[in-house]
Design a binder for this molecule. Structure first.
Ligand code: AQP
Length: 325
């Protein structure tokens, strides 16, 4: 299968991004043709510092590699370097009903979060995402739960295009992990963990042990003291149990049993150790890669060339079908 996915260079990649998306990417890379990009154009829709953007892109590539992506197996590149993404986005916008965009949860959430900057890009974000996916004729898109609605719109646009202009695009399916598709914020477990939120609300893949300790020990928990999974009554502890379970491959009922008669404090201490140990190789690899700028640049250049070949071929077909050639 051809697989496409990406992450925005908006903030540090966190365990939610890892458990929802990157962990799936890694297990898919051996048997599929994978295209994983850094979505810099998407990141422009929310407030950002232009002078920091390139650094943030490089950090994302380092995170991809440190987490286990193999650049010899997958195509890694920066979205803006393959111009066909924006061209196809424009063409798809001409067949996308505005109503479909206005009902998107991410648009509603981000319009509330960035009241001073409700730009058109925030609304048309899912059309660019559809272009990112359809350009490579992807069959599947591994993401967390929050992006499911956008993949659904991608299928709608593929269908509309195929009906109107002739069959080109497969309708891609969403690929979500059974557990971990929506890791919640540490400071507000009713909200999704997000890299653009305050730092204490997430664990970055590269947080140092003392930072992880501080964040987990002060993570919001619930009333009572029993370590029991119950999303409605105990959203905080349930979220921490989910993270524990996914990082140890231990089923939640077993973890609950281990902590019978113990309180939140003991559980948080154990979880802190689990996270520190799990992320230790990531931190080590990140340190190694930080001094290898040329290597990172080469990976991106090679990836962008490979991506461009696929993108150009698709666009020849799209332009022809739409009457542009
Ligand atoms: N909390 C989460 N749990 C599981 N998966 C998640 N993803 C994001 N948050 C969680 C998945 O990670 C990928 C990153 O997507 P993105 O960078 O394009 O933006 P996003 O989905 O909006 O992620 P963030 O972390 O919330 O970033 P900001 O704060 O910039 O908006 C996607 O596959 C996503 O589903």
């Amino acid at each position: 299968m051809r697989i496409v996915s990406g992450i925005q260079p908006t903030g540090p990649i966190h365990v939610g991004n890892y458990l929802g998306a990157i962990k799936q990417w890694i297990s898919l890379q051996d048997k599929n043709e994978c295209v994983f990009f850094v979505a810099d154009l998407h990141a422009l829709t929310t407030p950002y510092e232009a002078k920091d953007l390139q650094k943030s892109v490089t950090e994302k590539v380092i995170a991809y590699l440190a987490a286990g992506l193999d650049p010899d197996k997958v195509i890694i590149f920066t979205q803006s370097k393959v111009k066909e993404h924006t061209e196809l986005a424009w063409l798809l916008s001409t067949i996308c009903p505005i109503g479909e965009l206005e009902r998107m949860t991410q648009y509603k959430d981000k319009s509330k979060k960035y009241k001073e900057n409700i730009n058109a890009g925030l609304l048309t974000y899912p059309v660019l995402m559809a272009a990112d996916i359809l350009l490579y004729k992807a069959q599947a898109v591994p993401t967390g739960k929050d992006q499911e609605q956008h993949v659904e719109l991608t299928r709608t646009l593929a269908r509309k295009f195929n009906q109107k202009f002739g069959q080109i695009f497969p309708e891609p399916k969403s690929m979500m992990p059974e557990y971990g598709a929506k890791i919640m914020s540490l400071s507000d477990p009713k909200k999704k963990m997000s890299k653009s939120d305050e730092s204490k609300s997430y664990i970055s893949l590269f947080d140092e042990p003392e930072v992880i300790t501080k964040k987990i020990m002060s993570a919001e928990t619930d009333s009572g003291k029993e370590v029991v999974y119950n999303v409605t009554k105990k959203p905080g502890i349930s979220n921490l149990l989910t993270i524990y379970s996914l990082l140890t491959d231990k089923p939640i009922p077993e973890i609950q049993k281990d902590f019978t008669g113990k309180g939140y404090g003991d559980f948080k201490k154990a979880l802190t150790k689990v996270i520190i140990d799990y992320l230790e190789p990531f931190r080590r690899k990140q340190k190694e890669l930080q001094s290898r700028e040329v290597y990172i640049k080469e990976i991106l250049e090679k990836g962008q060339e490979r991506a461009r070949i696929i993108a150009e071929t698709t666009m020849l077909e799209v332009r022809s079908k739409m009457g542009l050639t």
